[in-house]
Design a protein around this ligand. Structure first.
Ligand code: ASP
Length: 347
């Protein structure tokens, strides 16, 4: 009888104190960056250190999680490509189905973190927390932000509270939804913002607190499936400006195989007539799908009846680099512009 009680109490304690099993997938970035001096926060090499070095800088991690690691790549994220995206997505989906893993952290450069996060938000299938994290100062800098960010990301990925929230970004003590987050400052540690939606929560002393739920569909509730894909449709971005000459770029992109173009329009998505007339011609000849976004950084892009008839699609409130991600995935599913427009409303 006593034996049973003691055994029961022991099992309960084990369950209560069980640490989550977190897999860290490392891809490089400034968090793994190495500079020639502790004062240097520019001119360093991003993606120089292996994930084991990053872990050594945060010995406290072993108090909050059982960690395993895999080095997926070690690059400056400005060089991110479809091959790594597909590898990462397939790996995350494997881990979603692995009963021994509770959460996934991805270390990543900050330059294109928002694009990778949104891509994974649309193609990974599961409810486990997936958290992207990086740093603005290299690992060798005085007051490097990487170690604290990594600690927060692991704490978030291990939190039961973080289940079913889609892919998240944890930077500078804040939690952002993948769809909303964007980098807004070239160098400052407080660079990530969600201009249309705000952050969804924050992390204090290893505890994740959520203030908002994510309303757009993600992960299991999207139709996008990369399990059998070896490549992605080519979509490029053109930018409008005074005396716009980007029709030359559009022509070159299409010649090079672009199936879609995203326009970083001015204001609420306006496109200089030089460029727009050429895009209308492309749409008429059904050469390409064109999504109107804005270079402004926040807000919705409306679309007129005339533009709808011409075949233009609104990016909703996605910035150009994220509209590109969704258009690429949309083109793996359909060639119907009305269906693509629906995707831009839902995701
Ligand atoms: N260029 C770096 C990268 O994106 C910047 C950073 O990680 O903060 O890899």
């Amino acid at each position: 009888m006593y034996k049973k009680i003691i055994l029961g109490a022991f099992m309960m304690l084990t369950v209560l104190s069980a640490k989550p099993n977190i897999m860290i997938l490392a891809t490089g970035g400034t968090i793994a960056g190495q500079a020639s001096s502790a004062n240097a926060t520019t001119g360093y090499k991003a993606g120089a250190l292996g994930v084991d070095v990053l872990l050594k800088a945060v010995p406290e991690l072993k108090n909050i999680a059982n960690i395993s690691t895999e080095q997926i790549a070690n690059i400056d994220s400005s060089n991110m490509n479809d091959e790594i995206w597909l590898k990462l997505a397939k790996k995350v989906n494997q881990l979603m189905n692995n009963g021994n893993i509770d959460g996934i952290v991805i270390t990543h450069g900050t330059d294109t973190m928002e694009e990778t996060a949104y891509f994974l938000n649309l193609v990974t299938k599961g409810s486990k927390p997936v958290v992207l994290v990086g740093a603005m100062r290299p690992a060798t800098a005085t007051s490097a932000d990487g170690p604290k960010n990594l600690y927060n990301a692991v704490a978030l990925a291990g939190s039961k509270n973080a289940l079913n929230r889609g892919v998240m970004v944890a930077m500078n003590d804040k939690i952002y939804a993948a769809r909303d987050v964007t980098k807004t400052h070239t160098l400052n540690v407080e660079t990530f913002k969600a201009p249309n939606a705000g952050e969804i929560g924050y992390i204090v002393d290893g505890k994740a607190v959520f203030n908002h739920t994510v309303t757009k569909e993600h992960t299991r509730n999207t139709p996008f499936d990369v399990s059998s894909l070896m490549s992605l449709p080519k979509v490029d971005i053109i930018y409008t400006y005074s005396n716009d000459g980007s029709q030359v770029a559009s022509e070159a992109f299409v010649k090079a195989g672009a199936k879609g173009l995203v326009v970083a329009g001015s204001g609420a998505g306006s496109i200089h007539e030089n460029s727009k007339n050429y895009l209308i011609k492309l749409l008429k000849e059904k050469k390409v799908f064109v999504v109107k976004s804005s270079r402004v950084g926040s807000g919705l892009v409306p679309i007129s009846k005339e533009e709808l008839n011409q075949g233009f699609i609104s990016a909703n409130d996605l910035n150009p680099q994220k509209a590109r991600v969704l258009l690429m995935l949309a083109l793996t599913k359909t060639k119907d512009p009305r269906q693509i427009a629906k995707y831009f409303e839902y995701y």
